[in-house]
Design a protein around this ligand. Structure first.
Ligand code: ADP
Length: 271
């Protein structure tokens, strides 16, 4: 089973002076247990695409199909898609709403009728997964640090047990250690069988971690494929606006050592 996007086009404010074509003719497929990165500069259409993945935006033109459920206006499938695909927003403040960390993380499982006894277990396990100590349970999420808020926002999505996890710019503002911790955490989620969809302008992290990468510019696909293909395109200077000399050096260094490109996150520790 998979997420399939066919010929997706999205226009904001159509037929008005504010009309903006945010996506044009996008095709992609990804599966559970795979890591797809969507890479591009600001305004390239990444967030618009991310919002289509969990049916926050329903396609006007083209198709989004998640595990066989089709995203169509007023369809019963929309609820299923929203449950299958968890979206972690770029800014946790857009996502957090509860007065305590417990209530925040318990929200989705509680809604689905998980008993109060079992809820405690689910919340505790999820918090430990994202590295938040259990003495945070009664704290107000809005009074935590930026990094802690992000972890709580991620925990609240993970507690819903999504099949796919979409993260919008999750490494923005993180230092190297924070980035590495997050990649490890997401890699664990991938090993558990979740599909990871990582929306970023950070091509380096995408190259290190992904099974496949879609590069967007101006709402259109520039190139799509395995990291090795993206590195090949980069080495020919074919990707407009994106240059990664460090990564190219690194890829060559790995190849000299007899390791195959694409790189995987486990090599990350070596650099
Ligand atoms: P990215 O996530 O890569 O920065 P976005 O998907 O946010 O790209 O934006 C793609 C294009 O759509 C940009 O030109 C942006 O200005 C426009 N856009 C995004 N959201 C809206 C909106 N709600 N209303 C109008 N235009 C929008």
């Amino acid at each position: 089973m998979s997420i399939i996007i066919k010929n997706l086009t999205h226009t904001y404010h159509p037929s008005t002076p504010l009309e903006t074509v945010a996506l044009e003719g996008i095709n992609l497929t990804t599966e559970k247990g795979q890591w797809l990165s969507i890479v591009g500069h600001t305004g390239s259409g990444k967030s618009t695409l991310a919002q289509h993945l969990n049916a926050l935006i329903v396609p006007e033109k083209g198709e989004v199909i998640v595990e066989g459920f089709v995203s169509r206006p007023k369809s019963q499938d929309l609820r299923k898609i929203r449950r299958l695909v968890g979206l972690v927003f770029q800014y946790p403040e857009q996502q957090l709403f509860a007065e305590t960390v417990f209530d925040e993380v318990a929200f989705a499982p509680r809604n689905w009728g998980v008993s109060e006894e079992d809820l405690e277990k689910v919340v505790n396990e999820t918090l430990l997964e994202v590295g938040i100590p259990l003495d945070f349970l009664d704290r107000n999420p809005f009074q935590l640090s930026g990094g802690e808020k992000r972890r709580i926002a991620l925990a609240s999505v993970l507690a819903a047990e999504p099949a796919y996890l979409v993260l919008d710019e999750p490494t923005a503002g993180l230092d190297a250690t924070g980035r590495k911790d997050l990649i490890k955490l997401l890699s664990k989620q991938k090993k558990k069988g979740r599909g990871i969809i990582f929306v970023t302008h950070d091509l380096e992290t995408a190259l290190m971690s992904s099974d496949s990468i879609l590069v967007l510019e101006g709402g259109r696909e520039v190139v799509q494929g395995a990291p090795g293909k993206i590195i090949e395109e980069l080495s020919r200077g074919a990707i407009r606006g994106l240059r990664m000399p460090e990564v190219l050096e690194l890829a060559m260094c790995l190849e000299q050592k007899g390791w195959a490109v694409p790189l995987t996150w486990s090599h990350y520790d070596l650099f």
